[in-house]
Design a protein around this ligand. Structure first.
Ligand SMILES: C[S@@+](CC[C@H](N)C(=O)[O-])C[C@H]1O[C@@H](n2cnc3c(N)ncnc32)[C@H](O)[C@@H]1O
Length: 292
């Protein structure tokens, strides 16, 4: 069996995390949530608190809690993605890359790219002359992703960097495109991340965000809620030995800004030509925005 490498070691191809990043291991703190409370309008967080699923937590704590979720689910993440979405996440991701406008020779930053799914799809598009920098805050997710891609022979033209999307360790104007699939939802200060992504994009470069969003049909929404709050935690318990992380997943989706709100946030951050595309009835949406 191939020896797994320690993703936190900079000598092993990973870059040191920024000093403000916190990385944690250990179980997720159990918390309760009722399906009845799910449709309540999110209470605005105060300056010192933010949402972690349906809970309000101190701003400084969210990153640690999110870290615990992904450290806990890293090994079972791919299997769970297939089970939870009936494999449809693969189609969403393929479509995401297909409409990204990324070209041969481009330099792309794939944020929250832990599993390497997006990087693997981008690699044939950018070819030998391009580069994908995979950035993620979580060492366990990065480790799993890099091992998977290495096992598939995908090594050259890929860099794996442990980072916080809120404080990117790159110079201004350094990427043709930034992709972020199912990551923005987990970031504590989304406005800060959007601003820093804009900074590192080259003029004319684009940001693509694939994220869970608001389901458009009421009836479909009810089915989806049942799946999210009744089925997902059970699947999590059964296949990952962790119901709470999948409860967090369902809750964090409900707390994430809907299509129009995220579009406005991008415009406020300074992006131009912001477009939104719903997939699967709004279960997920792709936002594409440009640095003009
Ligand atoms: C749901 S996974 C998505 C992984 C992959 N992009 C995919 O689509 O399969 C979310 C990822 O976001 C990462 N993440 C959470 N907060 C982050 C932050 N502030 N900066 C960078 N990555 C972050 C987590 O560590 C995790 O790997």
């Amino acid at each position: 069996m191939r020896q797994r490498r320690n993703p936190t070691c900079s000598h092993d191809g990973f870059h040191e995390p920024p000093p403000d990043a916190t990385f944690n291991t250990g179980p997720v703190t159990p918390h309760s949530c009722s399906i009845a409370g799910m449709n309540e309008q999110p209470k605005p967080s105060t300056d010192s608190t933010t949402h972690f699923g349906f809970r309000d937590v101190p701003v400084g704590e969210k990153q640690k809690l999110v870290g615990e979720v992904f450290t806990s689910v890293a090994r079972s993440y791919d299997l769970m993605n297939d089970l939870m979405s009936f494999g449809i996440h693969r189609l969403w991701k393929r479509h995401f890359v297909a409409i990204s406008g990324v070209r041969r020779g481009d330099r792309v930053l794939d944020l929250a790219g832990g599993t390497g799914d997006i990087a693997a799809l981008l690699k044939p598009v950018i070819g030998e002359t391009g580069e994908v920098v995979v950035g993620d805050i979580n060492a366990a997710m990065l480790g799993v992703g890099r091992d998977r891609l290495t096992d598939r022979g995908l090594v050259s033209g890929l860099r794996w960097t442990q980072l916080n999307a809120e404080a990117l360790p790159f110079p201004d104007n350094s990427f043709d495109a930034v992709t972020m699939a199912f990551g923005l939802r987990n970031v504590t200060d989304k406005d800060k991340a959007l601003a820093d992504i804009l900074r590192v994009l080259k003029p004319g470069g684009r940001l693509l965000v694939l994220e869970f969003s608001k389901v458009q049909s009421e009836l479909f929404g009810k089915l989806y809620d049942f799946h999210s709050f009744k089925v997902l935690p059970k699947l999590g318990q059964l296949f990952a030995g962790d119901a709470h992380s999948y409860q967090y997943l369902a809750e964090s989706i409900r707390k994430h800004p809907d299509q129009q709100t995220l579009k406005s946030m991008m415009e406020r951050a300074g992006y131009g030509r912001v477009e939104v595309r719903n997939l699967s009835g709004g279960i997920v949406a792709i936002h594409r925005a440009y640095k003009l």
